[in-house]
Design a protein around this ligand. Structure first.
Ligand SMILES: NC(=O)c1ccc[n+]([C@@H]2O[C@H](COP(=O)([O-])OP(=O)(O)OC[C@H]3O[C@@H](n4cnc5c(N)ncnc54)[C@H](O)[C@@H]3O)[C@@H](O)[C@H]2O)c1
Length: 246
């Protein structure tokens, strides 16, 4: 129960890594506001059925007005001390210099890069007032190394890593610890219609020889939220089965 007495907002909580993060934070004792476009209520219901504390809030993370409402909603569970910006998308079409469209570029940048900023901006005044808090922004291995067909996505995720580092420097004096996590290939619905053949290629490219599990990213986020990580800020934790180390 490393997060007893804490209150978390977790975005993307309806699926994959966000869902696993919400569940793990609740298992560690935090009250959790599960935020997503859809299905956050299912995650919150599963948490409460298991004896945890949770509520849900349906919103688009790119909607700056909605962020104020989310913080007010979370405050019913307790003052917000933790934020996990997990919601994200990959490009719907080809994501290369020559094929990406301006519209889709903007959609990816807004969801993957702008929304973590909106989230930080919404929770940080309260954290500063109360003397601290912890924020984890989910980036990607694509923000650290070149991977094919991820132009806008790589730009956004590289931005998340840089933005988190900058914000950590700015707000260390306020006791707000801000880190990012860069997952490799994790077996969640974002992989969409990834074929068995692609899964084999991804697994073969990963020194540990398999795709990651959502819980393996959630575990690192929960660690960064816990007192054990009290001296950690401004870092990016890569959790990729060794892919990026090659
Ligand atoms: N799965 C991977 O291989 C992988 C690798 C690196 C990084 N990531 C990152 O991890 C995060 C979680 O992805 P996942 O793998 O769990 O995928 P997922 O598709 O299972 O979950 C993403 C969630 O984000 C939500 N979401 C998307 N746009 C939203 C919006 N505008 N407002 C509110 N919610 C929105 C979706 O509804 C969905 O529930 C993303 O930021 C993703 O980029 C995933």
């Amino acid at each position: 129960m490393r997060l007893q007495g804490q209150t978390a907002i977790v975005t993307g909580a309806g699926s994959g890594i966000g869902k696993a993060t919400a569940v793990m934070c609740a298992e560690e004792g935090a009250g959790v506001l599960c935020v997503d476009l859809r299905a956050a209520d299912t995650t919150a219901a599963a948490i409460t059925a298991a004896g945890g504390r949770a509520a849900s809030f349906a919103m688009d993370v790119t909607d700056s007005q909605a962020w104020g409402k989310a913080v007010a909603e979370a405050a019913k569970l307790g003052p917000v001390s933790l934020l996990a910006n997990v919601a994200g998308v990959v490009s719907r079409g080809p994501d290369t210099v020559l094929e990406q469209t301006e519209e889709e570029w903007q959609r990816v940048i807004d969801i993957d890069l702008k929304s973590p900023w909106l989230g930080m901006r919404a929770v940080m005044p309260g954290m500063i007032e109360r003397g601290g808090g912890r924020i984890v922004n989910v980036a990607s291995l694509a923000g650290e190394i070149g991977l094919i067909n991820l132009l806008a996505y790589s730009a956004a995720k590289g931005g998340v890593i840089a933005m988190s580092r900058q914000a950590a420097m700015e707000h260390a004096k306020h006791g707000v610890k801000i880190n990012s996590v860069a997952p490799g290939i994790i077996d969640t619905p974002i992989l969409g219609d990834t074929t068995a053949e692609m899964t084999k290629i991804f697994s073969a490219a990963t020194p540990l020889g398999r795709l990651g599990r959502a819980e393996e990213i959630a575990g690192v986020i929960a660690y960064l939220f816990s007192p054990v990580a009290d001296f950690v800020t401004g870092q990016c934790y890569t959790v990729d089965g060794g892919w990026g180390a090659q």
